[in-house]
Write a protein that binds this ligand. Sequence first.
Ligand code: 2AM
Length: 177
Amino acid sequence: QGIDSMRLFLALVPPPALRRRLGELAERAQARCGGRRMPDDSLHLTLAFLGEQPEPRATAIGDWLARFSILPGSWRLDAWGRFHRPGIVWVGGAEGEAALRDLQRQLWDGLEAMGITGRPDRFAPHITLLRQARRPLGPDLPRIAMTWDYTRVELIQSVVTQQGSHYRPLARTAPPE
Ligand code: 2AM
């Protein structure tokens, strides 16, 4: 990671009350599955992972995002899930996913118009709670019933350090019209 390049992504960030509830779920999941918990203040839904971008481009993306406002939506969280290779344990849900897919598509249309590549073939909306979990999900995990009402997308820098990565918000979409 060079001094003039930044690792960036676009994400929805849960409001503090939801973040705390997700943090409690992460604690329960870690007791069951092991692995490393995402810090509460890092919990998010990635809409677009941009990878390393030169600093002037980060500024251009931030300016573009600030001129853009999104259609607010609600995502119903009611499911546990797991990606095998990196031992990721996540939460998500089908209700409200279509709107997230539309949002992801719209964001990538704008990013591609700016010359950014990396649009994924598939998009599986999820909130990562654990990484490197070794044990399987089990029936003793709590039932999830939460609603995430979102109104804006943030541009976030992932600063990678020896202690892990931490996230720095750089810009956000305009308030909904
Ligand atoms: P994850 O939570 O499923 O691991 C910041 O790193 C965010 O971007 C994380 O939410 C991570 O998703 C996602 N991310 C990291 N590297 C990625 C990659 N190579 N491709 C797609 N998404 C990535």
